[in-house]
Ligand binder design. Structure first.
Ligand code: HEC
Length: 178
C-alpha cells in the first residue's frame, strides 16, 4: 500500500519519487523518441520553451498540492469534520507530491511573470529556500506519523497540521509573488 511505502523516512520518499520520475522519463522517451529532455529536468540552456515547461510542471505540482491540502486546511478553520479515510488519502498525497518539489525549481525556470510566480529569491537565496522546503517535507512526514497514530481530530493532529499550513504561508510570503 502506498501509505506503507511512504511511511518511512524522507530518503525513501525522495527515492521513490526519483524512481517514478525516472520511470516516467523513460516512458516519455520511448513513446516520443525525438522529443526534447523532459520538463522536470530540462537540459541546461534549453531555451525559453524548456524554461516555460519547467515552470508549468512546477505549477502543476502546486495545483495538486493545493487541491489536496485545501480540505485539510478547512478542518482547522471549521475545527472539525475529520473523516479518517479522506484525511489519510490527502495527507499521503501531499507528502508524496512534496518530493517532486526538489527538482521543480531548475535555474532556467527563473523567468518571472506571467509564466511563474516564483520570486527570484528562490534562486538568489537558495539555501533559505531549501531550508523552507525541507521543513515542509519534515512536517508532512510528522503529520503523516501523527495521523496514523492518533486517527482523529486530536490536539497533536491539529498541531502537526497547523505546522504544515504555516509552512505553506511562510514560504509563499518569502518566495511567491502575490
Ligand atoms: C518551500 C516553499 C513553498 C511551500 C512550502 C509551499 N509553496 Fe506553494 N508555491 C511556492 C512557490 C514558489 C509558488 C509559485 C510557483 C510558480 O508560479 O512557479 C507556489 C505556488 C502555489 C500555488 C499556485 C499554483 C498555480 O500556479 O496555480 C498553490 C495553489 C500553492 N502553492 C499551494 C501550496 C500549499 C497548499 C502549500 C502547503 C501545503 C504550499 N503551497 C507550500 C512555494 C511554496
Amino acid at each position: 500500500m502506498i501509505s506503507q511505502v511512504l511511511k518511512p523516512r524522507r530518503a525513501a520518499i525522495i527515492g521513490l519519487t526519483l524512481a517514478i520520475g525516472a520511470g516516467c522519463a523513460l516512458v516519455a522517451h520511448a513513446q516520443n523518441a525525438p522529443a526534447p529532455a523532459p520538463a522536470a529536468a530540462p537540459a541546461a540552456g534549453g531555451g525559453a520553451n524548456a524554461a516555460r515547461q519547467a515552470a508549468d510542471v512546477r505549477k502543476s505540482i502546486f495545483k495538486l498540492i493545493g487541491a489536496n491540502f485545501r480540505p485539510l486546511g478547512a478542518l482547522l478553520k471549521d475545527n472539525g469534520g475529520y473523516d479518517a479515510a479522506d484525511v489519510n488519502k490527502r495527507v499521503t498525497r501531499v507528502l508524496f507530491l512534496s518530493g517532486f518539489l526538489n527538482e521543480a525549481f531548475p535555474e532556467n525556470s527563473n523567468i518571472g511573470e506571467p509564466d511563474t510566480k516564483a520570486k527570484p529569491e528562490v534562486w538568489t537565496k537558495h539555501a533559505e529556500f531549501e531550508k523552507d522546503l525541507k521543513q515542509f517535507q519534515d512536517h508532512l512526514i510528522a503529520l503523516n506519523d501523527v495521523n496514523e497514530k492518533e486517527k482523529g481530530f486530536t490536539e497533536p493532529f491539529k498541531t502537526a497540521l497547523g505546522a504544515v499550513a504555516q509552512d505553506c504561508k511562510s514560504c509563499h510570503d518569502d518566495f511567491k509573488l502575490k
